[in-house]
Design a protein around this ligand. Structure first.
Ligand code: ADP
Ligand code: ASP
Ligand code: MG
Length: 577
């Protein structure tokens, strides 16, 4: 049996659910795991925050949720049969309202209440999708994830109670002969019978747990992109799907931020050697990514992907009192572990004079307090300094099983970043050498990911990013030539020229990934009011590699702009006027 999991974007509305249905209809007996409708979990959690802050806006969530769910019911179910489902939605939303009113009254969010609120999304989506499947003659049986998956607490952490979960799954499946078993992802129950959830993005994990227990022939994760990409596809426009990955590579990429798989997902699959496919619901024929045990050396690529974690902070503990004293790091990490603070990255120079850790920004302040308390005595004797927190950082990881057998990868990584003025704040490379991680300033994320991607995956094609002012005679000729020569430049000179922003004295267009040169005149005519400061701020904020400010005017005021572009590592080209 196969397990198929459809994420929030795949079940966001009736049009996407129609696609899900056409994929499921081609399957033999299978289990289908669904998320909440895209964005619904965010809405629920946001409403809960508002309620806790006594912000009445939380009540706006009810009509929004009603509208989202009724759109699907009305899209598939004939009017005469809708009433049961509509009243189901209304009853559930009333229960949600009672809960949120309670949160508003107490002005406090307990973990139990949070899980209860968050679980509405999958409960609603799975019930409605089951009805839609039935309406379309799919032989479906709906189980509640809470009747299947049980969690328990071990060492202060919530983990899956595998034995009880397996019993429940096997019992329920034994009672059903349906062709399609539909299960809401994300939601579970604790051994005490309380509602719980498996963490944000946890529907992937539900699917993996079921695949393990059912010994599925494969797990297919259906989402809105055609596989695991070489870098975040929304940040690196040139990123491509990776055809094949090993479990360890995929785990490493997901742990370091590739959100397309929830990090704990792969573990239960490794154990039973179950292949995973990442597929695109909106382009089902695309090959996607296959993840198996096998080390893949497809295309001879050594680095398989680059992933990154936003909102990281660096916390450093420094001082002469640390040198040569055993147990210092043990105390540091034990103190953090007791408080359940997850460390992303660790570096310690061999001088032992400082330890530096990367962690999620939301944990940074608490980590500082814990560390300062743990080392209060040493701090009072000036043997170590109070922990130093630096925010607005990003962790970037390059991943590949075979990196250890190739020299020069870190060298290339560092020189690429150095040439692009990206300062590296901390570096870590595990002995497995499957991963090289660095921490950089958040403002450099876009540039760093794009230039690393270019160096490791595009190598031959260099990209120039133009910010053009002046599109009169000279400027418009320049646009025409760039457009005409695009293919030639790419094929013969390995150069891709993108016009990111353009302006004349009246209007300007500011894009993030390049203006379409077949219709730039129309875009400019409808552009916003031209303004040199905003134009400059855009170039500075994008911080793209190989940025060039092109001045086609003969305007002295524009020439005074050069200084600030040059100061921000943006080249300047002026025409001979
Ligand atoms: P779903 O709702 O299907 O679970 P998610 O939003 O959790 O989908 O994950 C898919 C998203 O992950 C993509 O839309 C993409 O923006 C993001 N993403 C981040 N990094 C990567 C990557 N390396 N490869 C593919 N997608 C990625
Ligand atoms: N709906 C949950 C979330 O948004 C689980 C999931 O979609 O995987 O986090
Ligand atoms: Mg997801």
């Amino acid at each position: 049996m196969k397990v198929l999991k459809f994420g929030g974007t795949s079940v966001a509305n009736s049009a996407s659910i129609a696609r899900v249905m056409s994929i499921v209809q081609q399957e033999e007996q299978c289990t289908v795991v669904v998320s909440a409708l895209g964005g619904v979990t965010d809405l629920l959690l946001q409403a809960m925050e508002q309620a806790a802050q006594n912000d009445d806006n939380y009540t706006t969530v009810f009509p929004r949720l009603e509208e989202r769910h009724l759109e699907i019911i009305k899209g598939f179910i004939p009017a005469k049969s809708q009433s049961n489902l509509i009243s189901f939605v209304k009853v559930e939303l009333n229960r949600l309202e009672t809960l949120l009113d309670g949160v508003a009254m107490l002005q406090e969010i307990t973990p139990k209440a949070a899980d209860k609120v968050a679980s509405f999304g999958e409960h609603l989506s799975s019930t409605i999708i089951a009805a839609v499947f039935r309406e379309n003659n799919i032989d479906v049986r709906l189980f509640d994830g809470r009747d299947l998956i049980e969690t328990s607490i071990q060492n202060n952490r919530q983990i899956i109670h595998w034995e009880n979960t397996a019993k429940k799954v096997n019992n329920l499946y034994a009672s059903s002969t349906a062709k399609v078993t539909l299960v809401p992802g994300f939601i579970a129950k604790t051994s005490k019978g309380e509602n719980t959830t498996l963490g944000r993005g946890g529907s992937d994990f539900t699917a993996a747990i079921l695949a393990n227990i059912l010994e599925a022939s494969s797990l297919e994760i259906w989402t809105d992109v055609s596989g695991m990409f070489t870098a975040h596809p929304k940040i690196v426009a040139q990123a491509n799907p990776i055809a094949q990955l090993s479990y360890l590579e995929a785990m490493e990429l997901s742990h370091f931020g590739a959100k397309v798989i929830y990090p704990p997902t792969l573990q239960p699959l490794v154990e039973k050697n179950i292949p995973v496919y990442i597929k695109n619901t909106f382009a089902a024929e695309d090959k996607g990514t296959l993840i198996t045990k096998a080390k893949s050396t497809l295309n001879g690529e050594v680095v398989k992907g680059i992933s990154h974690i936003d909102n990281v902070s660096l916390v450093s503990l420094e001082g002469s009192g640390m040198v040569g004293i055993p147990g210092f790091s043990k105390r540091l990490f034990e103190a953090l572990s007791i408080e359940k603070i997850n460390v992303i990255m660790i570096t310690q120079a061999s001088s032992e004079h400082s330890i530096c850790i990367g962690l999620r920004s939301e944990d940074a302040q608490r980590a500082k307090e814990i560390i300062d308390e743990e080392f209060a005595f040493e701090i009072s004797l000036n043997k170590v300094d109070p922990a130093l927190v630096e925010n607005d950082m990003v962790n970037v990881a390059m991943v590949g099983d075979d990196m250890k057998n190739h020299q020069g990868i870190s060298g290339k990584m560092f020189s690429t970043l150095g040439m692009n003025n990206v300062n590296i704040r901390a570096i870590a490379q595990g002995a497995s050498e499957r991963n090289i991680s660095i921490i950089i300033a958040k403002k450099d994320t876009h540039k760093a990911l794009n230039c690393l991607h270019e160096a490791f995956f595009e190598e031959n094609i260099k990209q120039l990013n133009l910010f053009v002012i002046g599109v009169g005679n000279v400027g418009s000729k320049l646009m025409e030539q760039i457009h005409q020569q695009q293919q030639y430049l790419q094929d013969i000179l390995q150069l891709r020229i993108r016009v990111i922003a353009m302006a004349n004295s009246r209007t300007m267009v500011l894009s993030n990934t390049g203006i379409d040169l077949t219709s730039w005149e129309a875009a400019l005519a409808q552009g916003e009011k031209s303004e040199v400061d905003t134009f400059f701020a855009h170039a500075k904020k994008l911080n793209l590699r190989n940025s060039i400010f092109v001045d086609n005017t003969a305007n002295e005021a524009i020439a005074t702009e050069y200084k600030r572009y040059l100061e921000n590592n943006i080249g300047v080209v002026t025409c001979n006027k």
